[in-house]
Design a protein around this ligand. Structure first.
Ligand SMILES: [Zn+2]
Length: 261
């Protein structure tokens, strides 16, 4: 799907005082412009592990975050593989780019770091890059959880208890599990135990061309009892007392390009 780009691989942004771009895979920079998000106002870029569908645009986003490399500002948060390199993985961001940001944080599961008013807490995963982490975002609007890339394991839901929103990397539909990743049936099990107010499904793989994300999200919602939406590019959540979801009416094209900054 990284090569085919049917569901895009831009990751997502969180605005909670600080503006944070998480897992900027191929297209993240262009998709930011297309969806009227300014890459120049980022305070933090997070890369949870060293696979290109999560890190490809990280360097160009650090160039934006540092105001085109003219100011030493912003925080780069990454796994050990992303920041230092580990065995055959990484580093995913060059030492040159790392030297230009305000701060570099190598995050491990169980560790925390603060970006303005937001606290990031690393959560454990089971993924082929052994240094991969998931994230709990502690914000003034409550807890937002992100599984990152992981396969299902018994304790996984425990880490996300208390999340108002859970963002889940669902790579396969139905029960068509592959190693290191989650499928829809795993998402149902997780949601029954975490019980967030809303689940967002991202990181859909090729088999979702046969089982469209909208249909799978509806099935996950029916079977888990948790409101579930596919995280198509341009989808915006507003987390207030209630959580509202605005979906793009159409997929953005180059005709929608606006120059930011
Ligand atoms: Zn991965």
């Amino acid at each position: 799907m990284t090569v085919d780009q049917r569901f895009r691989t831009g990751g997502f942004r969180i605005h909670a005082g600080a503006k944070i771009h998480v897992d900027p895979g191929p297209g993240a920079l262009l998709l930011s412009h297309l969806h009227d998000l300014n890459p120049l106002d980022l305070d933090c870029v997070v890369v949870t592990h060293c696979h290109p569908d999560h890190y490809c645009d990280a360097e160009v986003l650090t160039e934006a975050m540092t105001k085109r490399m003219t100011q030493r500002r912003g925080v780069l948060v990454g796994s050990e593989s992303v920041i230092r390199g580990r065995e055959k993985w990484g580093p995913a961001v060059s030492p040159y780019h790392q030297s230009k940001v305000g701060e570099v944080v190598c995050l491990r599961p169980g560790e925390t770091c603060e970006i303005g008013e937001v606290k990031l807490e690393g959560t454990p995963t089971k993924h082929s890059d052994p240094t991969t982490f998931g994230i709990k975002f502690h914000t003034s609007a409550g807890l937002v959880g992100y599984t990152g890339d992981t396969e299902y394991f018994e304790e996984l839901p425990e880490y996300f208890k208390g999340s108002r929103v859970l963002i889940i990397n669902v790579t396969r539909p139905q029960n068509r599990r592959i190693r290191w990743h989650l499928c829809s049936d795993d998402a149902i099990d997780i949601l029954k135990r975490v019980e967030p107010e809303l689940a967002v499904m991202i990181h859909m793989g090729m088999l979702f061309l046969r089982n469209p994300p909208d249909e799978e999200a509806a099935r996950i919602e029916r079977e888990s009892g948790i409101r579930t939406v596919p995280g198509y590019p341009g989808t915006r959540l507003t987390i207030g007392k209630e959580i509202s979801v605005a979906r793009p009416l159409k997929q953005a094209t180059l005709g929608d390009f606006k120059l930011n900054g």
